[in-house]
Write a protein that binds this ligand. Structure first.
Ligand code: KIV
Ligand code: NA
Length: 256
């Protein structure tokens, strides 16, 4: 049965951890869905597999193109798609148009956008009122890389308090869950206890209601790894080895 946003909140109440990963195409999406990953995010870390330096260049067209492929590979997981940089920050109207295109053209169930400042909270409220489920994202927000780098956020009492208040505001605006990225574990615990909706952590310690990783990091395909990533396979080496073996076979007349 397909997973709903309400299901995630029930799992939080039951203490059942939420498993989330990113996907960028049909084949990966099918593998994640077969492994019963609960939430599949078409993240703007799509940048990694497109060879971009960071997430800023990713376009709405690229997100839609890849989200369609992912959606075709998923039967069970909740599919969430990132709104890329500057496709939602301008106004609630711009956000509505971008999110509307994602839901209508890809068949994904929800969108994610970064930030918890007042204008974003207002945008989230309007999207939710229009029937578009929204996943929030606070702490390190990589679309702000030119202002904050990729450093851990919320280390001081003041910035920690700000992130907590942003998370509360996003819940009040109707977000169905919130990604907490690269913040201290204690702060993530505090936010997780304070909210009714689930928290999904990445580099935010073990106390969140779920965890998300970037699948290219998990599989050992990314060029650079964030300090909090865990690599469960080394596909870069596997691919190199396979291609070298094939090349050798062709050159030596062993294949076909
Ligand atoms: O784009 C992405 O992969 C994300 C996750 C890191 C949460 O936003
Ligand atoms: Na993202």
């Amino acid at each position: 049965m397909a997973i709903t946003t309400q299901q995630l909140t029930q799992w939080k109440q039951q203490g059942r951890p939420i498993v989330a990963l990113t996907a960028w195409d049909y084949a990966i999406a099918r593998s994640l869905d077969a492994a019963e990953v609960d939430l599949i995010l078409v993240g703007d870390t799509l940048a990694i597999v497109l060879g971009y330096e960071n997430t800023l260049p990713v376009t709405l067209e690229e997100m839609i193109h890849h989200a369609k492929a992912v959606r075709r590979g998923v039967k069970r997981a909740l599919v969430v798609v990132d709104l890329p940089f500057l496709t939602y920050q301008e106004s609630p109207q711009q956000a509505m148009r971008s999110a509307g295109r994602i839901l209508k053209e890809t068949g994904a169930q929800a969108v994610k956008l970064e930030g918890g400042y007042p204008a974003i909270v207002q945008t989230v409220a309007q999207l939710v009122q229009a029937g578009i489920p929204v996943l929030g994202h606070v702490g390190l927000t990589p679309q702000s890389i030119h202002q904050v780098g990729l450093r851990q956020q919320g280390k001081t009492e003041e910035t920690g308090e700000r992130i907590l208040l942003e998370a509360i505001a996003l819940e009040q605006a109707g977000a169905f869950a919130i990604v907490l990225e690269h913040i201290p574990a204690q702060l993530a615990l505090q936010i997780t206890q304070k909210l009714t909706i689930p928290t999904i952590g990445i580099g935010a310690g073990p106390h969140c209601n779920g965890q998300v990783l970037v699948t290219s990091d998990l599989l050992g395909l990314s060029e650079k790894l964030p300090p909090f990533a865990k690599t469960y396979a080394n596909l870069k080496d596997t691919i190199l080895q396979a291609v070298q073996n094939y090349s050798q076979d062709v050159r030596e007349g062993k294949f076909p």
